[in-house]
Design a protein around this ligand. Structure first.
Ligand code: HEM
Length: 276
């Protein structure tokens, strides 16, 4: 446990300690709410939802490390990727464990539900994938797998897409939260599609923000059009009405533009230091 907050040279690492705290606190908060009756009438179900949310957030956060390192020129965050990824797998494991508790440990029922309900099948496949990546994330496995390690760990992208699909499928009428996190994933994917040379520049970032925002709106419209009876045109028009707060697509645009502005300031300061 202590080694989790040490760097490779065995020294205390404040950034690892902060990351570990960020990973553990949501679980402790949910546990405290459960024990004090703060999770309402169906606490196990609420706990299941909360851990599912954090599994997705941390999975996306682990995928965001590479773009953030490049955009913010922040090399020190690279070793955190493994820790956050394993954290996501732990939340997925707890999420699954809570589902088993909710089914009163009836493992035959759990297995048959996973086989029969499509959204549970998708969730289970994602969980197995995340488990495999967490197990093979150690230095020993990196050495053992050699050149095969990197392609194997690229599976985290399709796994994230499956996790988001599971999120959509289990959502009831309102899919805004699922659409927003999908927008973050789309931003990451569009960033990865840009050439290595343009990643060193600042100017593609606002374009990526606009692209991710448009793609987010398209996913939302497509979901409502295909999976519900709600008029997708009205959903699209909702992007231009902020009376209920910004839509997921608008939120993604704002996040993307904010990141672009932070990157611009960072590069401007770097240039001034180099000139001085
Ligand atoms: C191991 C197999 C899994 C099972 C059996 C499972 C089961 C469930 C169940 C029962 C729900 C609540 C559905 C409802 O209330 O109607 C749920 C929601 C959810 N699950 Fe899973 N899940 C699994 C894997 C995963 C994985 C691997 C992730 C993410 C990496 C994930 C993320 C989520 C999310 C984000 C929600 C929605 C939470 C919310 O609405 O706030 N699940 N899952």
């Amino acid at each position: 446990m202590f080694s989790l907050i040490q760097d490779r040279k065995g020294r205390f690492s404040p950034i690892r300690a902060v990351t570990l705290t960020i990973l553990v606190v949501p679980f402790l908060r949910l546990l405290a709410l459960w024990l004090t009756g703060g999770l309402g009438g169906r606490p196990v179900r609420e706990f299941t939802h909360g851990t599912g949310d954090y599994a997705v957030y941390f999975l996306l956060a682990s995928l965001a490390i590479t773009p953030l390192r490049s955009v913010l020129d922040w090399q020190r965050i690279v070793p955190l990727r493994r820790m956050i990824g394993v954290g996501a797998a732990c939340y997925a494991g707890i999420h699954f464990g809570l589902y088993v508790i909710d089914q009163k440990f009836d493992l035959i029922k759990v297995a048959s539900e996973i086989v029969l309900r499509f959204y549970l099948t998708i969730g289970f496949v994602t969980f197995l994938g995340l488990l495999a990546l967490a197990i093979t994330s150690t230095d020993g496995w990196v050495k053992r797998l050699g050149k095969r390690w990197k392609p194997l760990h690229k599976a985290s992208y399709p796994l994230a897409a499956l996790a988001l699909f599971h999120y959509f499928l289990q959502s009831k009428v309102d899919v805004s939260a699922a659409v927003f996190v999908t927008g973050l994933f789309l931003w990451e994917m569009i960033w990865r599609l840009t050439s290595r040379a343009s990643r060193l520049q600042w100017w593609p970032l606002p374009l990526i923000a606009v692209g991710a925002s448009v793609a987010t709106a398209a996913v939302e419209v497509a979901w409502y059009g295909l999976a519900t009876k709600i008029d997708p045109m009205r959903v699209f028009q909702g992007n231009f009405d902020v009376s209920y707060g910004p839509s997921p697509a608008l939120s993604i645009l704002l996040c993307g533009l904010t990141l672009s502005a932070v990157a611009l300031v960072g590069r401007w300061r770097q240039r001034r230091i180099m000139v001085a």
